[in-house]
Design a protein around this ligand. Structure first.
Ligand SMILES: *Cc1c(COP(=O)(O)O)cnc(C)c1O
Length: 426
């Protein structure tokens, strides 16, 4: 049996299959370049694991207080090695990316301090963490203020505005690498480095925190190698490698990480407590696989953009653009097309493929959001997934793919669904 017959058995018609083939053929050189970065990052992870002396005993876990959890400690050493930081906090007790970001802010800010976002509006869920949208328990309730400077329309930094926004109380700059649900460009680690250099030249003790969600292992370097004091992300995105069932990480300076540790547990306890339960093996194996899985997801993003641009939909980033994260925004322009796209991704899933996704009021977001994911881990967006706020201009945000063949199939199936509904011409 050939591949096309298998595709047909899974619902892909000849027309859509034939349409996708030349698009794919045009991408081989780009895919080679992605594989080379994956190779570099694989070695980087391997070296960090070897330097941390990862041993069989580290794959076991503790319970209760989690004293002397040598696996957890070796894992944190591994993360610090990968990101080139003094220390790291990598815990299942950090639930998700938002929690990791909230923790890093709450831990390192004190009443009277101000946060500056020099790259415009932060990720949606941070609006409630900071108190940009009024919310119980926000930083604003604790007397911590917030200010932002947008990017220029061409994506460059407004240096002079940033300079004048920094004052005595400005304690921390929050820099988001990935564009999230905004229409700006995602920032490269180098570009973040330029910004950090400028910020530190204005105020040397300003803490620079980078929201690294979806960015890990896309490039050779990470923003921590360009002077970030804290790098924050979710383990159910890139660095969990699809195997971490929960968790978040913060990598950074010893001082910042200690603040985070005592805030996560309690003053006096810090990093010494926090049982890894049975998760050390999944965390280690996940970070070990993460460079390859991130490469699959990046190939998927480029393939999706290439197909959808050819169908006439504006894509962000453009198909031929370089990447700084694994997110692909596609402007589908209508609720019908968003639904059809998400139904295609859902129908391609290994789990819950028979489910029809529908928009819902998700905590932390201001418009109903539709999510397509038949994932092994709930909400895991390193797995093939798509989400879209149901509002103009009807962008869908596509990401993930634990294996390239699966991601490829999912994207082709999404086109099939749009085609069947008469929403695209091939
Ligand atoms: C996903 C994401 C977050 C929040 O992470 P959750 O795990 O969904 O809470 C924050 N910032 C960015 C840029 C993200 O992509």
């Amino acid at each position: 049996m050939d591949n096309q017959t298998m595709y047909r058995a899974l619902g892909i018609g000849r027309e859509v299959y034939e349409f996708s083939r030349p698009v794919l053929d045009s991408l081989s050189e780009r895919f080679l370049a992605i594989d080379e970065i994956a190779e570099f990052n694989q070695l980087k992870v391997l070296k960090a694991m070897q330097d941390a002396g990862v041993a069989e005993a580290h794959l076991m876990g503790t319970n209760g207080y989690g004293y002397s959890d040598i696996g957890r400690d070796a894992l944190e050493k591994t993360y610090a090695g990968i990101f080139g930081t003094e220390d790291a906090l990598v815990r299942s007790q950090i639930i998700c990316g938002t929690h990791a970001l909230a923790l890093s802010l709450q831990a390192n800010l004190r009443p009277g301090d101000e946060i500056l976002s020099p790259v415009g509006k932060p990720y949606d869920t941070l609006e409630e963490v900071i108190g940009i949208r009024k919310s119980r328990g926000s930083l604003s309730e604790f007397g911590i203020s917030y200010r932002e400077v947008p990017l220029n329309p061409d994506g460059s930094f407004r240096y002079e505005e940033i300079r004048s926004a920094i004052h005595e109380r400005t304690r921390l700059a929050e820099i988001q690498r990935s564009k999230g649900y905004s229409s700006r460009e995602s920032l490269s680690p180098e570009k973040i480095g330029e910004l950090i250099r400028f910020l530190k030249s204005v105020k040397p003790d300003l803490l620079c925190l980078v929201d690294n969600c979806y960015g890990e292992f896309v490039c050779r370097e990470e923003p921590s190698e360009y002077g970030a004091d804290m790098l924050v992300g979710s383990l159910i995105k890139n660095p969990g490698g699809g195997l971490a069932p929960v968790g978040g990480y913060i990598a950074g300076t010893k001082d910042c990480i200690e603040n985070c540790a005592v805030r996560l547990s309690a003053p006096g306890l810090g990093k010494e407590v926090g049982p890894s339960l049975g998760l050390n093996r999944a965390f280690f194996q996940g970070i070990f696989l993460a460079p390859s899985i991130t490469a699959s997801a990046e190939k998927a993003a480029i393939f999706a953009a290439s197909l959808y641009e050819r169908l006439g939909f504006p894509c962000h980033p453009r198909a031929e653009s370089g990447r700084n994260d694994i997110i692909q925004a596609i402007r589908l322009g209508s609720p019908e097309a968003v639904l059809a796209f998400c139904q295609g991704i859902q129908a391609a899933s290994p789990v819950d493929s028979f489910v029809t996704p529908e928009p819902w009021e998700m905590p932390g977001y201001d418009a109903p959001v539709i999510m397509a994911a038949g994932a092994f881990i709930q909400g895991s967006s390193i797995e093939l997934s798509a989400d879209a706020p149901m509002k103009e201009p009807y962008n869908v945000y596509f990401q993930g793919g634990l294996t390239w063949p699966h991601a490829k199939f999912g994207i082709i199936l999404s086109v099939q669904k749009l085609w069947e509904k008469g929403l695209v011409k091939l």
